[in-house]
Design a protein around this ligand. Sequence first.
Ligand code: NAD
Ligand code: WQD
Length: 331
Amino acid sequence: MSVLVTGGAGFIGSHTVVQLLEKGEDIVILDNFSNSSPDVLDKIRQISGKDFGFYRADMRDAGKLDTIFTENKIEAVIHFAGLKAVGESVEKPLEYYDNNINGTLTVLEAMKKHGCEIMIFSSSATVYGNDNPVPFVEGMKTSATNPYGWTKVFIEHILEGVCASDKDFSAVLLRYFNPIGAHKSGLIGEKPNGIPNNLMPYIVKVANGEYDHLNVFGDDYDTVDGTGVRDYIHVVDLADGHLAALSYARKNRGVQTVNLGTGKGTSVLELVRAFEKASGKKVPYVIAPRRPGDIAECYADVSKAKEVLGWQAKYDIDDMCRDNARWALKL
Ligand code: NAD
Ligand code: WQD
């Protein structure tokens, strides 16, 4: 029996595949490299010393999905594949709805046809919208402020519907907070195309001299130092959360929604200082206006992850910065 990992060549997927292979799981990856590259597969083999099945395909290709499920005995799907840039989703809503929602429906149809009844889904803290109080708790109402976020809200509802209609189906909806860091080998990590939207990849490009400064979006929030606070989580901790979710789903049926974060908030300036300390590089910054759509604080209530999955994050912000710097600056 194998675990199908959609988007397994991506940032979070590749780290999760490494952890799964280490645990002795049999893996098949599906990726179309729309936001990743084939060399990641060799890096995964290099780190783990193990091999896995791979299909270069679009998850919306129902024929290809049928082939994958026919050629392999797929017991569970860990579903990372999707487009994830918030700003781009506002410019290209149809592309986002088509890729993320139709893609997920195509995967679910193939699962149904071939009797596969476990899905671990990559949801996001973005589904808490902009008017819930922190810390975010799984039972809070969900909403979104952009098409990307709506795809996550809708897919969560789709999986609730699937579980309601099929009592043997098991879905774990993992709401990730802000993943950063990289594998300790320095061989895999985040590699965004173009100008990064997210804070850590931008910090990296300032530290390596590509940009001369970071724009800090607002210093007048009601937070520890006025800058935005987020719950950064090491990508390897996040990957381990998927192993815990998989083992939960093998024993339980129905839908379960779980936050994956550390429960601790870090401000923009705290992250800048931690990265400077870990890398020995300067990260000059200027205070810029607030970024539209941003909230002051976003961090998780992590009690459910501990109770239900028996999982909690191990790494702190210094570990995240050290591993991120090793990967991105080749230190
Ligand atoms: P990523 O872009 O690095 O990985 C996604 C992978 O999916 C890529 O390798 C891409 O090529 C592949 N893919 C996209 N569309 C596909 C398709 N139609 N068919 C086949 N492959 C396809 O992103 P990531 O950061 O690893 O995120 C993984 C998942 O987690 C995404 O669903 C994302 O929305 C979600 N998520 C990410 C974050 C984050 O900050 N990185 C936060 C919350 C949730
Ligand atoms: C973090 C903090 C910014 C860049 C986004 C998505 C979310 C999820 C994770 C997928 C904020 C500040 C940033 C910069 C800055 N992705 N910042 N200068 O906004 O929490 O979440 O990624 O699901 O859906 O919205 O992360 O890294 O963009 O920002 O000052 O150049 O850094 O204002 O306070 P965010 P981020």
